[in-house]
Design a protein. Structure first.
Ligand code: C5P
Length: 221
């Protein structure tokens, strides 16, 4: 029989990249495929959770049984997440949110009539940091894709964003990061402890993260 150990819990998952418009036909985005977040949503629904999946544009089909909201920009993701946050027990923020967006989206397609051009960027809201400020008993799990100084950056993020757990991965390693079906992650806790995990399927890693989130939730009750 399937293990329904998340029955009674509401789990909100964010996934995918965000797309920040430059003009009506162009946008800024990143290499996130959404696979990690969709795997977490699928694992959580199989274990009996009520699952809210909020995702930027991906090529993936939402798993059966999840409440799905598709968004494009960081601002839209922020609004969707903040609206639901008070009513959830666990948040798993695997989305690769664009840190910056074009200051203005041009109303018309930009013409190629200059030899060079620049696009002014402004900072997007840090959704996860905002959740850390608003948290009232929710278990907050973040992700960090790093290309250098993984442990130092991860420890800073787990503390700075008031997280319960950070899943850090070095996206330069083969078998880790964007687009792959596997990942190599380290679990980083606010007490400074770090648990390195072996190469595993994103679905297996999703279950492992949910095990940790459930244990953290039990510890808070
Ligand atoms: O600081 P960094 O972007 O590496 O942190 C990654 C974590 O923060 C991810 O869980 C991501 O979803 C979240 N984040 C966010 N809003 C941003 C930037 C990152 O929620 N604007």
């Amino acid at each position: 029989a399937p293990n329904r150990d998340l029955k009674g819990l509401t789990v909100m998952v964010t996934a995918g990249p965000t797309a920040e418009p430059i003009d009506p036909v162009r946008y800024l985005t990143n290499r996130s495929s959404g696979k990690m977040g969709f795997a977490v949503a699928e694992a959580a629904v199989r274990r009996g959770a009520k699952v809210i999946l909020i995702s930027g544009p991906t090529a993936l089909k939402p798993p059966a049984g999840v409440e799905f909201t598709g968004v494009e920009t960081a601002a839209e993701m922020c609004e969707a997440v903040l609206e639901r946050f008070p009513a959830v027990d666990v948040v798993i923020k695997s989305a690769a949110v664009a840190d910056y967006r074009p200051a203005r989206a041009a109303a018309q397609k930009i013409k190629k009539n200059t030899d060079s051009m620049s696009i002014e960027l402004v900072k997007n809201p840090d959704i996860l940091a905002e959740l850390g400020r608003r948290k009232e008993g929710q278990v907050l799990v973040g992700f960090a894709a790093e290309t250098s100084n993984l442990e130092k950056n991860a420890l800073q993020k787990v503390a700075g964003k008031n997280l319960d757990l950070l899943v850090a991965n070095d996206v330069t390693q083969p078998g880790a990061g964007f687009g792959t079906d596997t990942n190599i992650a380290k679990l980083v806790y606010p007490d400074g402890s770090i648990v390195p995990l072996p190469l595993m399927d994103k679905l297996a890693l999703a279950h492992r993260i949910l095990d940790e989130a459930l244990a953290l939730r039990e510890g808070k009750k």
